[in-house]
Write a protein that binds this ligand. Structure first.
Ligand code: IPM
Ligand code: MN
Length: 368
């Protein structure tokens, strides 16, 4: 039986609670003999700052580099509003993404039939929705330099962020999107703003060329990012794979999340390039939701995004596609049986807590 090294980084807010639930799932797969996992854990975000005045230590970074996959909870909260900018909780996550080279962020938005009512949109608009946002994750305005606030001669201040992309960065994320589309409904929608941004002009040119040279069999459309946001709430099922830059991907994926009923439902995988020799790739799996400080510690959080992120790890890092299917089916069946955490419970429905939802998913796995 293969053994995989997992690093757990629960982080802040609801991160530790949802991580506790995913640990139940990890140990279930171990006990079942489907795979064995060596788990380690470390601090990230505000928790790391409180312990050592940094958002992640070099030691934790080393463990992340050595792991087969990192499972990341969430970071941030009002408690750390005033820590120095370079040590703010989010800096830990950004360092992980950058130093592990996790350029491809896959954010599938699936509307489970049982949850069509939980969405703020009409049932017919979202029922059966199954799209993936492929977000570029190590470039663009998140990392471009200069990034600063300077004082001008007239005493005013000027804040600067820099959006930049090289053709190589666009090519590699475009390939991820086209490859994924080939395994799905074979359509890629590339979102940018070539009407106002030079990076948008380049993005469109490069995606067009990669398509023509390598993926002519895949359907490609270009869409302005603002229009894409509008189309996502108007007619989301027109999409299959949406590929976009780091900032547009951040925004569009929150929109897509709400189509599924709750931000608490959306898993994600952040993947690096495949190593030529070993065929392995660095990977980090995290729920799209944040640390939700308002409900932290109350046992109300929905652990499904975190558990779904582990399903993605089974598929993309451990080559255990069947186990991933099994886990996704367990989630779907538990929802179909009526279990709801507060975020997805309709009016008059009894909500279960974080731990009960995790237990229900384990129980469902037991029955398979
Ligand atoms: C996300 C989050 C992060 C981002 C934050 C926590 C830095 O919103 O993963 O979508 O902006 O990328
Ligand atoms: Mn976000």
């Amino acid at each position: 039986m293969a053994t995989f090294k997992l690093l757990l980084l629960p982080g802040d807010g609801i991160g530790p609670e949802v991580t506790r639930e995913v640990e139940k799932i990890v140990s279930w797969f171990g006990k079942r003999g489907i795979a064995s996992f060596e788990t380690e854990r470390d601090l990230v975000g505000g928790a790391a700052y409180d312990a050592g005045k940094v958002a992640i230590t070099d030691d934790a970074m080393k463990r992340a580099q050595a792991a087969d996959a990192v499972l990341f909870g969430a970071v941030g909260g009002p408690k750390w509003a005033d820590v120095p900018y370079e040590h703010r909780p989010e800096a830990g996550l950004l360092r992980l993404r950058k130093e592990l080279g996790l350029f491809a962020n896959l954010r599938p938005a699936i509307c489970y039939p049982a949850l069509a009512e939980a969405s703020s949109l009409k049932r017919e608009v979202v029922e059966g929705l199954d799209i993936v946002i492929v977000r570029e994750l190590t470039g663009g305005v998140y990392f471009g330099e200069p990034k600063e606030i300077v004082t001008l001669e007239n005493g005013q201040k000027r804040g600067v962020d820099t959006q930049l992309y090289t053709s190589g960065e666009i090519e590699r994320i475009a390939r991820v999107a086209f490859e994924l589309a080939r395994q799905r409904r074979n359509k890629v929608s590339s979102a940018e703003k070539n009407n106002v941004m030079k990076t948008g002009v380049l993005w469109k040119q490069v995606v067009t060329k990669v398509h023509r040279d390598e993926y002519p069999d895949v359907e490609l459309e270009h869409v302005l990012a603002d229009n894409c946001a509008m189309q996502l709430v108007r007619l989301p099922k027109q999409y299959d794979v949406i590929v976009c830059d780091n900032l547009f991907g951040d925004i569009l994926s929150d929109v897509a999340a709400m189509l599924t009923g709750s931000l608490g439902m959306l898993p994600s995988a952040s993947l690096g390039a495949e190593d030529r020799e070993s065929g392995k790739r660095k990977a980090l799996y995290e729920p799209v939701h944040g640390s939700a400080p308002d409900i932290a510690g109350k046992g109300l959080a929905n652990p499904i995004a975190m558990i779904g992120s582990f399903a993605m790890a089974l598929r993309y890092s451990f080559g255990l596609g069947e186990a991933a299917d099994m886990l996704e089916r367990a989630i779907s069946d538990v929802l179909a049986s009526g279990a709801r955490t507060k975020d997805i419970a309709g009016p008059g429905t009894n909500a279960v807590g974080t731990g009960e939802m995790g237990d229900a998913i384990v129980k469902e796995l037991e029955r398979m």
